[in-house]
Design a protein around this ligand. Structure first.
Ligand SMILES: [Zn+2]
Length: 289
């Protein structure tokens, strides 16, 4: 799932390659992806893309005052294309959700980008609004994880009797962190994903804040300047525990373990994060019984 560093890197890529150019056409291939109807998608045609920004994990394309807002969800991605077909796509076929055509540069082929989504559970969401705050998911966002200082993080955690894993990924508490980077941040901070937010000590808060900053800026630095198509691979390369169940922890060599939930899972290192004790995993204990 694209999180803050991936979306920020996509925004930077689009600022460099798409801002200042006119949107000539927008093709909708997955009807369920569009969540608004006024203004219509067609209102974007003929307008210049004037800026690109990010709100949490939302990408916000400012098209001369109208905003094309995108949430890539779990399996969505943005592909920059230099060979954009001019024929309209067949709706409902394959991973394509939305295609944005930009005015070609002089003497060049039509360029633009595709928003795609793999899998059968379609969650990618697109909005056309006059202000990004009209998107409910943006209106509810907590402060951005990238700009937060230690004191602000302390205030967010204080009095919150919820596990750190769930707290860090709750977009209304803190914007931008999802399943992968929360695993990475908790590993870097040497904290259990199940520790309660209101039980974090001053020392742990310092470690957690440093881990939030370093994990996100490190991932962002690795991805900036990459082509949009290759950003995703780079995310995997930088991970220490997330999606590495059964592999050795790069810090201590212990085996990375997993806790599974209904439709997601978390990964952690027992030695680094939980005093060597494996966390209870209902699915695993059921299998072992
Ligand atoms: Zn470890």
């Amino acid at each position: 799932m694209p999180e803050l560093p991936e979306v920020e890197a996509l925004a930077a890529f689009l600022r460099e390659n798409a801002v200042g150019r006119v949107v000539t056409r927008v093709d909708l291939a997955a009807v369920q992806a569009i969540k608004t109807f006024d203004p219509p998608l067609s209102a974007l045609a003929g307008l210049e893309l004037t800026g690109v920004s990010r709100h949490g994990k939302f990408l916000d394309l400012d098209v001369s005052g109208l905003h094309l807002v995108v949430h890539l969800a779990r399996a969505g991605w943005l592909h920059w294309r230099k060979d954009l077909p001019t024929a309209p796509p067949k709706p409902g076929k394959g991973p394509l959700a939305l295609r944005v055509h930009l005015e070609p540069r002089e003497g060049e082929l039509p360029e633009g980008f595709d928003l795609t989504e793999q899998g059968t559970r379609k969650r990618l969401a697109v909005y056309v609004v006059r202000s990004p705050a009209e998107v409910p998911g943006i209106a509810r966002l907590g402060p951005d994880a990238l700009t937060l200082d230690t004191e602000q993080l302390g205030v967010l955690l204080a009095g919150r009797h919820t596990q750190l894993k769930g707290t860090l990924t709750d977009q209304t508490v803190l914007a931008g962190i999802g399943n992968a980077y929360s695993d990475e941040i908790l590993h870097a901070a040497k904290l259990s994903p199940f520790k309660m937010a209101d039980k974090v000590t001053d020392d742990e808060l310092l470690r957690l804040h440093a881990a939030v900053r370093e994990t996100l800026t490190g991932a962002l630095d690795r991805q900036l300047g990459q082509r949009a198509a290759t950003l995703k691979g780079e995310k995997r390369a930088g991970l220490q525990v997330h999606a590495r169940t059964g592999l050795p922890c790069p810090v201590c060599g212990d085996t990375v373990r997993e806790v599974s939930f209904a439709d997601t899972s978390l990964q952690y290192c027992p030695t680094c994060q939980t005093g060597g004790k494996p966390l209870a995993d209902r699915r695993m204990s059921k299998l072992l019984r």
